[in-house]
Design a protein around this ligand. Structure first.
Ligand code: ZN
Length: 428
């Protein structure tokens, strides 16, 4: 009896231990499961919060302000309709950019709204929904990434459009500036060289070849008209800069508001860079006359090239202006000189009136030569290294003004003369 009692008691204890063990296992299991569930919820929650933050950063504050402050939604609607009706390159430049910006903002605002709704769809209050799958979060991540790429695309498109707008503006500007030179289809009577130059600058900024060609044709008419109505002449000073005489010549030119062309020697420009720079800064044309005045026809090809290329660099270094014209010393040239001019990007420029100032060294005979030889389109040769030339210049300028000549640089004269190819330039 005692034995069976004892056995029963033992069984009971064993059963109890088993039960307790089972309970511990179950409780531990529930606890572990709960912990991992919580961890999963936490990590999903963190991911969704990160997504939400990321979605919020896609809109910069200024863009939000643009939509809020700049335009009402009905205005946006009206603009959108216009945008659809009109082709972008027919819009005025400012409007094109504005319409485009609005269109882009509407698209972005819509995409943003959709994204935000989707992100909040993953949540219930502050906590991630029970049934949210990792795939949902992955999809949202993809959507945000795609949206970011779209924004980059828009940014690129916007830049392209800004370029287009700028071109439209340049085009309008050029058309207007050239148009101002005409009156009822005819070139205006009071058009001057500076008007023509302004228009030419405006036309140069137009990148469309057809538009530019069209405007250039109109400018050609203007140039012909200017040429037929005005008398132009170019004063040129060779062999300088010279110290005192060049400065006196500069003063006289300034007094008469006249522009001239200085054919400098590379060595002199290097020796007197301050004078050289003063001449350039006064708005005169800087041109090239070799390094040290040799007779090029007696030099080898290599030496000719040296005299034309190296001097160009020396003169540019001293004046800050890159010469595009070259005058061979003594006017002597051969095929090697012509070849070298082409290779170094310089146009050969001679003269039509020799004042013989280097020979006479006399102010009144210089003036007499000018009076005797000068015709419209003349290129007058003088030397700014002689003080007698500086003495003569005021009377020369008085005479030319009196004869109603307009003084231009050699490059300007070339441009004017190009308007009529039947009259070649006094060049090489
Ligand atoms: Zn010379």
């Amino acid at each position: 009896m005692a034995r069976t009692h004892k056995k029963k008691k033992k069984q009971l204890i064993q059963g109890g231990v088993l039960l307790i063990g089972l309970v511990i296992v179950v409780v531990a299991g529930i606890f572990i499961g709960y912990r991992s569930y919580q961890e999963k919820v936490h990590s999903q929650n963190a991911e969704v919060t990160a997504l939400e933050e990321e979605a919020n950063t896609l809109f910069s504050d200024t863009e939000k302000e643009d939509i809020k402050q700049g335009l009402t939604f009905s205005e946006i609607g009206v603009l959108r309709q216009k945008m659809k009706k009109q082709q972008i390159d027919k819009l005025l430049s400012e409007n094109a950019a504005r319409y485009y910006k609005v269109e882009e903002q509407i698209d972005q605002a819509e995409s943003m709204l959709e994204l935000r709704q989707k992100v909040s769809g993953l949540q219930e209050g502050e906590v991630v929904k029970d049934h949210v799958k990792d795939a949902d979060i992955q999809n949202m991540r993809k959507a945000i990434h795609a949206f970011k790429e779209k924004k980059i695309f828009y940014h690129y498109e916007e830049e392209r459009l800004n370029d287009l707008s700028e071109q439209i503006q340049q085009r309008e500007n050029a058309v207007r500036t050239v148009g101002n030179l005409f009156e009822q289809g005819k070139v205006r009577g009071d058009v001057t060289l500076s008007h023509e130059k302004e228009a030419e600058d405006a036309v140069r900024k137009v990148s469309s070849n057809t538009v530019r060609a069209d405007l250039e044709q109109s400018l050609e008419q203007v140039r012909k008209k200017i040429k037929s109505q005005h008398k132009f002449v170019a004063l040129t000073f060779d062999d300088g800069p010279g110290a005192e005489s060049s400065l006196r010549i500069l003063n006289a030119l300034e007094k008469y508001q006249a522009k001239a062309t200085f054919f400098m020697l590379g060595n002199n420009a290097k020796r007197m860079p301050e004078t050289a720079r003063k001449i350039a800064e006064a708005g005169h044309e800087i041109a090239n006359h070799s390094i040290d005045h040799p007779n090029l026809a007696h030099l080898s090809k290599a030496n000719i090239n040296q005299q034309m290329a190296r001097s160009k660099e020396m003169i540019e270094k001293a004046t800050g202006q890159c010469p595009t014209l070259f005058r061979p010393p003594y006017g002597n040239l051969n095929s090697a000189v012509k070849h070298s001019a082409e290779a170094t990007g310089q146009q050969l420029a001679l003269w039509s009136v020799d004042t013989l100032d280097w020979k006479s060294r006399n102010a009144s005979s210089i003036l007499n030569e000018v009076k005797k030889q000068t015709r419209p389109g003349a290129v007058i040769l003088m030397h700014d290294i002689h003080s007698s030339t500086a003495d003569a210049l005021p009377s020369v300028l008085d005479y030319l003004m009196d004869q109603q000549y307009e003084l231009v640089t050699v490059s300007e004269l070339i441009a004017i003369q190009k308007a009529d190819i039947s009259q070649p330039f006094y060049g090489a």
